[in-house]
Design a protein around this ligand. Structure first.
Ligand code: FAD
Length: 303
Protein backbone atom coordinates (compact mmCIF):
# COMPACT_ATOMS: atom_id res chain seq x y z
CA UNK A 1 0.00 0.00 0.00
CA UNK A 2 1.36 3.44 -0.86
CA UNK A 3 1.84 6.10 1.82
CA UNK A 4 -0.82 8.34 0.33
CA UNK A 5 -3.41 5.55 0.42
CA UNK A 6 -2.57 4.84 4.07
CA UNK A 7 -2.95 8.52 4.86
CA UNK A 8 -6.34 8.66 3.16
CA UNK A 9 -7.57 5.64 5.11
CA UNK A 10 -6.66 7.36 8.37
CA UNK A 11 -8.32 10.60 7.26
CA UNK A 12 -11.43 8.62 6.31
CA UNK A 13 -11.45 6.73 9.61
CA UNK A 14 -11.10 9.94 11.62
CA UNK A 15 -13.98 11.67 9.87
CA UNK A 16 -16.33 8.75 9.21
CA UNK A 17 -19.92 9.43 10.16
CA UNK A 18 -21.19 6.87 12.69
CA UNK A 19 -18.00 6.52 14.67
CA UNK A 20 -16.79 3.09 15.71
CA UNK A 21 -17.65 1.63 19.08
CA UNK A 22 -14.79 0.61 21.30
CA UNK A 23 -14.27 -1.69 24.28
CA UNK A 24 -11.23 -2.04 26.51
CA UNK A 25 -9.58 -5.00 28.20
CA UNK A 26 -7.65 -4.72 31.47
CA UNK A 27 -5.91 -7.20 33.72
CA UNK A 28 -6.31 -7.33 37.51
CA UNK A 29 -3.32 -5.63 39.16
CA UNK A 30 -0.94 -7.47 41.46
CA UNK A 31 0.66 -4.57 43.31
CA UNK A 32 -0.40 -1.20 44.64
CA UNK A 33 1.59 0.59 41.96
CA UNK A 34 -0.11 -1.43 39.22
CA UNK A 35 -3.46 -0.80 40.88
CA UNK A 36 -2.84 2.95 40.65
CA UNK A 37 -1.82 2.60 37.01
CA UNK A 38 -4.99 0.63 36.22
CA UNK A 39 -7.33 3.16 37.80
CA UNK A 40 -5.57 6.08 36.15
CA UNK A 41 -5.97 4.32 32.81
CA UNK A 42 -9.64 3.58 33.46
CA UNK A 43 -10.20 7.24 34.36
CA UNK A 44 -8.56 8.38 31.10
CA UNK A 45 -10.36 5.87 28.89
CA UNK A 46 -13.83 6.04 30.48
CA UNK A 47 -14.79 9.32 28.75
CA UNK A 48 -14.57 7.51 25.40
CA UNK A 49 -17.81 5.79 26.44
CA UNK A 50 -16.76 2.18 25.74
CA UNK A 51 -19.44 -0.43 25.06
CA UNK A 52 -17.89 -2.47 27.86
CA UNK A 53 -14.62 -2.91 29.73
CA UNK A 54 -13.39 -6.42 30.45
CA UNK A 55 -11.10 -7.78 33.14
CA UNK A 56 -9.04 -10.91 32.49
CA UNK A 57 -8.79 -14.05 34.61
CA UNK A 58 -5.27 -15.31 35.28
CA UNK A 59 -4.10 -18.69 34.05
CA UNK A 60 -5.61 -21.50 36.14
CA UNK A 61 -7.87 -19.08 38.00
CA UNK A 62 -4.86 -17.52 39.70
CA UNK A 63 -6.48 -14.07 39.78
CA UNK A 64 -9.95 -15.18 40.81
CA UNK A 65 -10.20 -12.81 43.79
CA UNK A 66 -8.35 -9.96 42.13
CA UNK A 67 -10.54 -10.18 39.02
CA UNK A 68 -13.63 -10.17 41.22
CA UNK A 69 -12.40 -7.18 43.24
CA UNK A 70 -11.53 -5.19 40.12
CA UNK A 71 -14.84 -5.92 38.39
CA UNK A 72 -16.85 -5.18 41.55
CA UNK A 73 -15.04 -1.86 41.96
CA UNK A 74 -15.86 -0.95 38.36
CA UNK A 75 -19.54 -1.69 39.12
CA UNK A 76 -19.61 0.34 42.31
CA UNK A 77 -17.37 3.30 41.39
CA UNK A 78 -17.94 3.94 37.69
CA UNK A 79 -20.71 4.09 35.13
CA UNK A 80 -18.83 1.62 32.92
CA UNK A 81 -20.26 -1.78 31.98
CA UNK A 82 -17.77 -4.41 33.14
CA UNK A 83 -17.34 -7.85 31.62
CA UNK A 84 -15.67 -10.47 33.82
CA UNK A 85 -13.47 -13.07 32.12
CA UNK A 86 -13.88 -16.58 33.49
CA UNK A 87 -12.17 -19.85 32.55
CA UNK A 88 -12.86 -23.56 33.10
CA UNK A 89 -9.30 -24.45 34.14
CA UNK A 90 -8.62 -26.35 37.37
CA UNK A 91 -12.09 -25.81 38.81
CA UNK A 92 -15.20 -27.95 39.23
CA UNK A 93 -18.51 -26.82 37.77
CA UNK A 94 -19.67 -26.09 41.28
CA UNK A 95 -16.74 -23.73 41.89
CA UNK A 96 -17.19 -21.98 38.54
CA UNK A 97 -20.94 -21.67 39.13
CA UNK A 98 -20.15 -20.12 42.52
CA UNK A 99 -18.03 -17.47 40.80
CA UNK A 100 -20.82 -16.83 38.28
CA UNK A 101 -23.37 -16.42 41.07
CA UNK A 102 -21.06 -14.02 42.93
CA UNK A 103 -20.78 -11.93 39.77
CA UNK A 104 -24.53 -11.93 39.24
CA UNK A 105 -25.10 -10.88 42.87
CA UNK A 106 -22.48 -8.12 42.52
CA UNK A 107 -24.45 -6.65 39.61
CA UNK A 108 -22.15 -7.92 36.83
CA UNK A 109 -24.17 -8.75 33.72
CA UNK A 110 -21.49 -9.59 31.15
CA UNK A 111 -19.16 -12.60 31.20
CA UNK A 112 -16.31 -13.42 28.81
CA UNK A 113 -16.55 -17.22 28.86
CA UNK A 114 -13.28 -19.00 28.06
CA UNK A 115 -11.82 -22.44 28.30
CA UNK A 116 -8.42 -21.18 29.38
CA UNK A 117 -5.04 -22.64 28.56
CA UNK A 118 -3.74 -25.96 29.92
CA UNK A 119 -2.00 -25.60 33.30
CA UNK A 120 1.12 -27.09 31.62
CA UNK A 121 1.23 -24.06 29.33
CA UNK A 122 0.08 -23.39 25.78
CA UNK A 123 0.85 -26.39 23.61
CA UNK A 124 0.29 -28.97 26.36
CA UNK A 125 -2.77 -31.19 25.93
CA UNK A 126 -5.86 -29.72 27.60
CA UNK A 127 -7.32 -31.92 30.32
CA UNK A 128 -10.57 -30.62 31.74
CA UNK A 129 -11.09 -30.83 35.51
CA UNK A 130 -12.88 -34.17 36.16
CA UNK A 131 -15.93 -32.36 37.54
CA UNK A 132 -15.42 -29.24 35.46
CA UNK A 133 -16.72 -27.65 32.29
CA UNK A 134 -14.98 -29.25 29.30
CA UNK A 135 -14.68 -26.04 27.31
CA UNK A 136 -16.09 -22.61 26.63
CA UNK A 137 -19.30 -23.90 24.98
CA UNK A 138 -20.24 -25.77 28.16
CA UNK A 139 -19.30 -22.76 30.28
CA UNK A 140 -21.61 -20.54 28.19
CA UNK A 141 -24.41 -23.00 28.86
CA UNK A 142 -23.59 -22.99 32.58
CA UNK A 143 -23.60 -19.19 32.73
CA UNK A 144 -26.92 -19.01 30.90
CA UNK A 145 -28.43 -21.32 33.52
CA UNK A 146 -27.36 -18.98 36.30
CA UNK A 147 -28.36 -15.56 34.98
CA UNK A 148 -29.37 -13.65 31.92
CA UNK A 149 -25.76 -12.63 31.24
CA UNK A 150 -24.49 -11.05 28.08
CA UNK A 151 -21.76 -13.51 27.06
CA UNK A 152 -18.71 -12.89 24.90
CA UNK A 153 -16.44 -15.71 23.76
CA UNK A 154 -12.97 -15.98 22.23
CA UNK A 155 -12.44 -16.49 18.51
CA UNK A 156 -9.15 -17.15 16.79
CA UNK A 157 -8.66 -15.43 13.40
CA UNK A 158 -5.59 -17.56 12.68
CA UNK A 159 -7.29 -20.72 14.04
CA UNK A 160 -6.80 -21.91 17.58
CA UNK A 161 -3.33 -23.53 17.71
CA UNK A 162 -4.80 -26.81 19.01
CA UNK A 163 -7.63 -26.94 16.52
CA UNK A 164 -7.16 -29.60 13.82
CA UNK A 165 -9.02 -27.74 11.04
CA UNK A 166 -10.77 -24.47 10.29
CA UNK A 167 -14.07 -26.32 10.06
CA UNK A 168 -13.53 -27.66 13.57
CA UNK A 169 -12.71 -24.22 14.93
CA UNK A 170 -15.71 -22.55 13.32
CA UNK A 171 -18.03 -25.36 14.46
CA UNK A 172 -16.73 -24.74 17.97
CA UNK A 173 -17.61 -21.03 17.70
CA UNK A 174 -21.06 -22.00 16.43
CA UNK A 175 -21.48 -24.31 19.43
CA UNK A 176 -20.68 -21.38 21.73
CA UNK A 177 -23.21 -19.20 19.93
CA UNK A 178 -25.78 -22.00 20.02
CA UNK A 179 -25.25 -22.28 23.79
CA UNK A 180 -26.12 -18.59 24.16
CA UNK A 181 -23.02 -16.47 23.47
CA UNK A 182 -23.70 -12.98 22.19
CA UNK A 183 -20.50 -12.17 20.30
CA UNK A 184 -16.96 -13.25 19.55
CA UNK A 185 -13.92 -11.23 20.56
CA UNK A 186 -10.85 -12.08 18.55
CA UNK A 187 -7.35 -12.99 19.53
CA UNK A 188 -4.95 -10.23 18.47
CA UNK A 189 -3.47 -10.12 14.96
CA UNK A 190 -1.30 -7.64 13.08
CA UNK A 191 -2.42 -7.90 9.48
CA UNK A 192 -5.88 -6.60 8.55
CA UNK A 193 -6.17 -9.33 5.90
CA UNK A 194 -6.02 -11.99 8.62
CA UNK A 195 -9.15 -10.64 10.26
CA UNK A 196 -10.95 -9.89 6.98
CA UNK A 197 -10.35 -13.42 5.68
CA UNK A 198 -11.61 -14.80 8.99
CA UNK A 199 -14.72 -12.62 8.72
CA UNK A 200 -15.30 -14.06 5.23
CA UNK A 201 -14.90 -17.62 6.55
CA UNK A 202 -17.48 -16.96 9.24
CA UNK A 203 -19.90 -15.40 6.76
CA UNK A 204 -19.38 -18.41 4.47
CA UNK A 205 -20.27 -20.70 7.38
CA UNK A 206 -23.47 -18.75 8.03
CA UNK A 207 -22.28 -17.01 11.21
CA UNK A 208 -24.04 -13.67 11.66
CA UNK A 209 -23.10 -12.89 15.29
CA UNK A 210 -20.85 -9.86 15.78
CA UNK A 211 -17.11 -10.50 16.03
CA UNK A 212 -14.90 -7.77 17.47
CA UNK A 213 -11.30 -7.55 16.31
CA UNK A 214 -8.89 -7.68 19.24
CA UNK A 215 -6.39 -4.86 18.81
CA UNK A 216 -3.07 -5.04 20.64
CA UNK A 217 -1.08 -1.81 20.57
CA UNK A 218 2.48 -3.07 20.81
CA UNK A 219 4.34 -1.67 23.78
CA UNK A 220 7.07 -4.23 24.18
CA UNK A 221 8.05 -6.11 21.03
CA UNK A 222 10.14 -8.75 22.80
CA UNK A 223 7.37 -9.72 25.21
CA UNK A 224 4.88 -9.67 22.40
CA UNK A 225 6.80 -12.18 20.28
CA UNK A 226 6.54 -14.64 23.17
CA UNK A 227 2.84 -13.98 23.68
CA UNK A 228 2.10 -14.22 19.94
CA UNK A 229 3.90 -17.55 19.66
CA UNK A 230 1.79 -18.86 22.53
CA UNK A 231 -1.57 -18.02 21.00
CA UNK A 232 -0.90 -18.69 17.33
CA UNK A 233 -0.77 -15.06 16.20
CA UNK A 234 1.73 -14.43 13.44
CA UNK A 235 4.01 -11.43 13.65
CA UNK A 236 4.81 -10.09 10.17
CA UNK A 237 8.53 -9.69 9.49
CA UNK A 238 8.09 -6.05 8.45
CA UNK A 239 6.57 -5.36 11.86
CA UNK A 240 9.31 -7.00 13.89
CA UNK A 241 11.86 -5.17 11.72
CA UNK A 242 10.27 -1.88 12.70
CA UNK A 243 10.90 -2.63 16.37
CA UNK A 244 14.44 -3.96 15.88
CA UNK A 245 16.94 -2.07 18.02
CA UNK A 246 14.26 -0.26 20.05
CA UNK A 247 14.42 -2.43 23.17
CA UNK A 248 15.88 0.43 25.19
CA UNK A 249 13.90 3.18 23.52
CA UNK A 250 10.33 3.05 24.82
CA UNK A 251 9.41 6.51 23.50
CA UNK A 252 10.21 5.61 19.90
CA UNK A 253 8.54 2.21 20.33
CA UNK A 254 5.36 3.98 21.40
CA UNK A 255 5.35 6.23 18.35
CA UNK A 256 5.99 3.31 16.00
CA UNK A 257 3.27 1.33 17.71
CA UNK A 258 0.73 4.15 17.42
CA UNK A 259 1.47 4.52 13.70
CA UNK A 260 1.25 0.80 12.86
CA UNK A 261 -1.80 0.10 15.01
CA UNK A 262 -3.61 3.16 13.67
CA UNK A 263 -2.99 1.93 10.15
CA UNK A 264 -4.33 -1.52 11.03
CA UNK A 265 -7.50 -0.03 12.54
CA UNK A 266 -7.99 2.38 9.64
CA UNK A 267 -7.76 -0.54 7.19
CA UNK A 268 -10.37 -2.46 9.17
CA UNK A 269 -12.64 0.60 9.41
CA UNK A 270 -12.38 1.06 5.63
CA UNK A 271 -13.67 -2.52 5.32
CA UNK A 272 -16.73 -1.77 7.42
CA UNK A 273 -15.51 -2.84 10.86
CA UNK A 274 -17.46 -0.78 13.41
CA UNK A 275 -16.38 -2.25 16.77
CA UNK A 276 -12.85 -2.46 18.11
CA UNK A 277 -11.71 -4.24 21.26
CA UNK A 278 -8.41 -2.95 22.67
CA UNK A 279 -6.00 -5.00 24.74
CA UNK A 280 -4.88 -1.98 26.78
CA UNK A 281 -2.39 -3.81 29.05
CA UNK A 282 -3.64 -1.30 31.65
CA UNK A 283 -2.09 1.65 29.83
CA UNK A 284 -4.24 4.38 28.37
CA UNK A 285 -1.86 6.35 26.17
CA UNK A 286 -1.61 4.23 23.00
CA UNK A 287 -5.25 3.23 23.08
CA UNK A 288 -6.30 6.87 23.48
CA UNK A 289 -4.16 7.92 20.53
CA UNK A 290 -5.50 5.16 18.28
CA UNK A 291 -9.10 5.81 19.30
CA UNK A 292 -8.62 9.49 18.46
CA UNK A 293 -7.31 8.54 15.02
CA UNK A 294 -10.42 6.36 14.58
CA UNK A 295 -12.58 9.39 15.38
CA UNK A 296 -13.45 8.23 18.91
CA UNK A 297 -13.10 11.00 21.49
CA UNK A 298 -14.46 11.89 24.88
CA UNK A 299 -18.23 12.46 24.65
CA UNK A 300 -17.92 16.13 25.72
CA UNK A 301 -15.22 16.88 23.18
CA UNK A 302 -17.35 15.40 20.37
CA UNK A 303 -20.39 17.50 21.19
P1 FAD B 1 -12.77 -23.23 23.45
O1 FAD B 1 -13.65 -22.41 22.59
O2 FAD B 1 -13.42 -24.11 24.45
O3 FAD B 1 -11.90 -24.19 22.53
C1 FAD B 1 -10.59 -23.90 22.08
C2 FAD B 1 -10.26 -24.77 20.88
O4 FAD B 1 -10.24 -26.13 21.25
C3 FAD B 1 -11.30 -24.59 19.82
O5 FAD B 1 -10.78 -23.78 18.82
C4 FAD B 1 -11.64 -25.96 19.35
O6 FAD B 1 -11.25 -26.15 18.02
C5 FAD B 1 -10.95 -26.88 20.30
N1 FAD B 1 -11.99 -27.68 20.97
C6 FAD B 1 -13.04 -27.21 21.68
N2 FAD B 1 -13.79 -28.24 22.13
C7 FAD B 1 -13.18 -29.36 21.68
C8 FAD B 1 -13.46 -30.73 21.80
N3 FAD B 1 -14.53 -31.18 22.46
N4 FAD B 1 -12.59 -31.60 21.23
C9 FAD B 1 -11.51 -31.17 20.57
N5 FAD B 1 -11.19 -29.87 20.42
C10 FAD B 1 -12.02 -28.99 20.96
N6 FAD B 1 -7.18 -17.06 28.88
C11 FAD B 1 -7.18 -16.95 30.24
O7 FAD B 1 -6.66 -17.84 30.94
N7 FAD B 1 -7.75 -15.87 30.86
C12 FAD B 1 -8.35 -14.87 30.16
O8 FAD B 1 -8.85 -13.90 30.76
C13 FAD B 1 -8.38 -14.94 28.74
N8 FAD B 1 -8.98 -13.99 27.98
C14 FAD B 1 -9.04 -14.13 26.63
C15 FAD B 1 -9.74 -13.17 25.88
C16 FAD B 1 -9.82 -13.27 24.48
C17 FAD B 1 -10.58 -12.23 23.72
C18 FAD B 1 -9.17 -14.36 23.83
C19 FAD B 1 -9.22 -14.47 22.33
C20 FAD B 1 -8.50 -15.32 24.56
C21 FAD B 1 -8.43 -15.23 25.96
N9 FAD B 1 -7.79 -16.21 26.75
C22 FAD B 1 -7.77 -16.09 28.11
C23 FAD B 1 -7.09 -17.33 26.10
C24 FAD B 1 -7.98 -18.58 25.96
O9 FAD B 1 -8.27 -19.10 27.24
C25 FAD B 1 -7.19 -19.59 25.11
O10 FAD B 1 -7.13 -19.12 23.77
C26 FAD B 1 -7.64 -21.03 25.17
O11 FAD B 1 -6.62 -21.86 24.65
C27 FAD B 1 -8.90 -21.32 24.36
O12 FAD B 1 -9.99 -20.75 24.94
P2 FAD B 1 -11.41 -20.75 24.17
O13 FAD B 1 -12.35 -20.11 25.08
O14 FAD B 1 -11.25 -20.26 22.78
O15 FAD B 1 -11.67 -22.34 24.15
Amino acid sequence: MSASVAQNLIAEAATRVGRPRVSFEFFPPKTEALETQLWESIARLAPLDPSFVSVTYGAGGSTRDRTHRTVSRIVSETALKPAAHLTCVAASREEVDGVLRDYWNAGVRHIVALRGDPPGGVGAAYEPHPQGYAGAAELVQGARAIGDFEISVAVHPEKHPASPTWAHDIENFKRKLGAGATRGVSQFFFDAEVFLRFRDRLAGAGVTAPVLPGIMPISNAKGLAKMAAGCGASLPKWLTNLFDGLDDDPETRKLVSAATTAQLCAQLAAEGVEDFHFYTLNRAELTLAICRILGVRAAEAQA
